[in-house]
Design a protein around this ligand. Structure first.
Ligand code: APR
Length: 172
């Protein structure tokens, strides 16, 4: 069942023990605050070195590195849109973050992957709209792909968690 392949939890994504976690990065891929800062702190300095070699990442795209000191084997770095009110193609770019991360995960035989709420912190994307995009894009991808087998949305607070649960109900 498709819905069994999607999990929604609260917690710290750096503790995820599956194959890959997704980082909400910026185009420079040289670290930052929020989940980006937490992932770099937990992965250790080798992550920054690996990111330097990637030469940045454009909005909506994704790039992959090892997880180094993290429990997850890989980190998939994606760059979400900065929220400018909703009429600057933000939803298309956000959908592309989930799509490109899942495509990259499938190419690297990632069986289990965790996403934070991309763009919902510093980048200001309203969580209700963002969670709908995340869930819809993921369901569409899983309908035609067996890998990843499982996608977990790790929410850093209850408001985010409740939004993802609502988005899941709205899509079913
Ligand atoms: N685990 C899971 N989720 C987390 C964690 C964590 N350890 N830390 C923060 N979050 C959540 C935030 O609460 C928010 O819901 O991740 C979501 C994304 O927030 P940000 O990390 O601020 O990312 P984003 O809004 O995409 O902004 C990206 O911020 O940190 C910089 O370098 C980053 O420039 C980039 C920008």
């Amino acid at each position: 069942m498709l819905n069994d392949r999607i999990k929604i939890t609260t917690g710290d994504i750096t503790a995820f023990t599956g194959d890959a976690i997704v980082n909400a990065a910026n185009t420079k891929l040289l670290g930052g605050g929020g989940v980006d800062g937490a992932i770099h702190a937990a992965a250790g300095s080798q992550l920054l070195e690996a990111c330097r070699a990637l030469g940045g990442c454009r909005e909506g795209a994704s790039k992959i590195t090892p997880g180094f000191d993290l429990p997850s084997r890989h980190v998939i770095h994606t760059v979400g849109p900065y929220w400018e009110g909703g009429d600057h193609d933000e939803s298309t770019v956000l959908a592309s973050c989930y799509q490109s991360s899942l495509e990259l995960a499938a190419r690297h035989d990632v069986r289990s992957i965790a996403f934070p709420a991309i763009s919902c912190g510093v980048y200001g994307y309203p969580i209700d709209a963002a969670s709908e995009v995340a869930i819809r894009t993921t369901i569409d991808f899983l309908r035609s792909n067996d890998i990843p087998g499982e996608v977990t949305f790790i929410c850093f607070d209850d408001t985010t968690y409740d939004a993802y649960v609502r988005a899941m109900k709205n899509q079913s």
